[in-house]
Design a binder for this molecule. Structure first.
Ligand SMILES: Nc1nc2c(ncn2[C@@H]2O[C@H](COP(=O)(O)OP(=O)(O)OP(=O)(O)O)[C@@H](O)[C@H]2O)c(=O)[nH]1
Ligand SMILES: [Mg+2]
Length: 227
């Protein structure tokens, strides 16, 4: 069997398991996002802040993907989320089968929202469907204004893009117009939310998230989550 056939079979198998994960999450009424960004762009910080904003109003579960350590899981658990850590060893992304096993350790019926923090990487996670409802792509101004152009697959695949660490904009060389022009060329319709997790200006992110959860819920039940 050629190498290309093997890769195609691997992705087909992944997609089949992802479809099962998606069905399982929908049956339980859980909205699920896959959070993808480079190492250190602020994914776990965003989850901590999101937990603090939302955990009085809804039940949130997290699957934290990392090569090693349970440090992200510890941080997120301290904010009140139910967390399962997946250590991928040398693996540079999560796959649907790992998520399927993680779902076994979560009481899905008790959740409104499941956030999967993927392994810090702008490339490999994009190609693997996990069964999520939405892919969230995260950049930060510290990574350089060329990153949208250099990582077109994430920009094209994302349902929403976040640009974090805007508090550091004045300290780093980051041409916002270049970043936005590249992003718009690749994906004219995608919503960009600029934020600084440390400054806490998360209103647009929280309202994007709650509106998606509410829309998903209204497809299933009449239960509403107040914005
Ligand atoms: N100045 C500033 N620092 C931030 C912001 N968000 C996160 N950080 C810092 O960036 C560093 C990395 O944050 P994490 O949340 O651990 O990043 P991550 O994307 O989860 O990293 P990995 O899981 O290792 O890929 C930490 O020192 C955070 O305090 C922000 O908005 N502004
Ligand atoms: Mg993290």
């Amino acid at each position: 069997m050629s190498e290309i056939r093997v890769v195609q079979n691997l992705l087909k198998h992944n997609d089949e398991i992802a479809a099962m994960n998606r069905q399982r999450l929908h049956d339980a009424g859980v909205f699920c996002i896959d959070l993808i960004g480079s190492p250190g762009c602020g994914k776990t910080s965003l989850l901590e802040a999101t937990m603090r904003r939302l955990n009085q109003r809804m039940n949130i579960g997290v699957i934290a993907g990392d090569l090693a350590t349970d440090r992200d899981a510890q941080r997120i658990q301290a904010c009140g989320a139910k967390v399962v850590q997946i250590n991928t060893g040398k693996g540079c992304h999560l796959d649907a089968n790992q998520v399927r096993h993680a779902l076994d350790g979560i009481e899905l019926e008790s959740l409104d929202l499941l956030i999967i923090e993927n392994v810090g990487n702008l490339i490999c996670p994009v190609g693997f469907d996990l069964g999520q409802d939405a892919k969230v792509g995260m950049f930060s101004v510290c990574e350089g204004d060329d990153k949208a152009a250099k990582h077109p697959h994430l920009v094209c695949a994302a349902d929403v893009l976040l640009l974090n660490k805007t508090d550091l904009h004045k300290h780093v060389r980051f041409n916002r117009e270049v970043f936005i022009k590249d992003m718009r060329t690749l994906n004219p319709a995608v919503e960009l939310i600029e934020l600084s997790v440390v400054q806490g200006n998360l209103d647009r992110w929280i309202s994007w998230l709650t509106s998606k959860i509410q829309a998903a819920r209204s497809n299933n039940t009449a239960v509403a989550i107040m914005p």
